[in-house]
Ligand binder design. Structure first.
Ligand code: CDP
Length: 249
């Protein structure tokens, strides 16, 4: 979110955005659970032009040992953008942004995982962004909770996330790259639909109180949709698996 002024028209006079969406329309979202054989749990997600792969390991003994918590497991997320995921080659390795995103995703996941079941353990979540087009922290978190469920790690609930923003003065759901770059605000949120608990909320830019309330309303409805797609991914994975294991007649 640069808040840069440009001549680009992000929302036209009919309220249509540059990718043809209306204000409250989400980009297409597809999630597949259990895509990696050698991780304990995994998920692959495509959300608009974003492509994200997530792998989960654990609960496993936490190393180095001084990081162990004798009362519960720690959740360590590593969010990483691959060099070819963005238009300017990204320098490999962690930077301030990826360290921040890893931290907020770890905290959101720690809230839902029953960490007290696994003292001294670590639950490791690797998020690899293969292709980025705005909203990757939400895409990463959305994929991560599906991968955790796929790993069989007990959780209170799945964690759907989505970004809402402001472009050309309009509140719009699920910002794309142009809206993120040239828009007026970006508000990523993660919310458990069942309880309304907010596990992640960040704000870049400015919104009035009224705009913020509209954004939250859009976000809440979108999280409900994302949640259904997450559940569907898990159902698909496990219904296929149970068909495979059924005895032939
Ligand atoms: O991805 P998200 O919206 O959660 O985070 P952001 O920091 O608001 O980044 C917005 C977008 O900028 C990313 O999704 C990428 O498409 C792009 N970006 C980039 O092109 N190069 C970077 N080094 C970082 C981000």
């Amino acid at each position: 979110m640069s808040g840069m002024t440009t001549d680009i028209e992000l929302v036209n006079k009919d309220g249509i955005r540059i990718d043809g969406r209306t204000a409250e329309e989400m980009r297409p979202l597809r999630i597949e659970a259990g895509v990696l054989n050698n991780a304990d749990g995994s998920a692959y997600l495509e959300w608009g032009k974003n492509k994200v792969l997530c792998a989960v390991y654990g609960p496993r003994e936490c190393h180095p040992r001084h990081m162990q918590n004798p009362t519960k497991a720690i959740v360590q997320c590593k969010y990483n953008m691959l060099s070819f995921s963005v238009s300017d080659r990204k320098r490999p390795g962690p930077d301030r942004r990826s360290i921040e995103i890893s931290k907020i995703i770890s905290e959101a996941l720690e809230y839902v995982i029953f960490t007290e079941n696994y003292p001294r353990a670590s639950i490791d979540v690797y998020i690899e962004v293969l292709q980025a087009n705005a909203g990757t922290r939400c895409a990463g978190l959305t994929a991560a909770s599906v991968a955790l469920a796929d790993a069989g790690i007990p959780m209170k609930d799945l964690v759907p996330a989505v970004a809402i923003g402001k472009a050309d003065g309009h509140i719009v759901l699920d910002l794309n790259k142009e809206e993120d770059n040239f828009g007026n605000a970006d508000l990523p949120i993660a919310m458990i639909p069942r309880t309304g608990e907010v596990l992640l909320m960040q704000m870049d830019g400015h919104m009035t109180m009224e705009e913020f309330n509209t954004a939250l309303e859009y976000g809440k409805k979108a999280c409900e949709k994302v949640y259904e797609i997450q559940k569907d991914a898990l159902k698909r994975k496990y219904s296929i698996q149970s068909e495979d294991t059924e005895e032939p007649e």
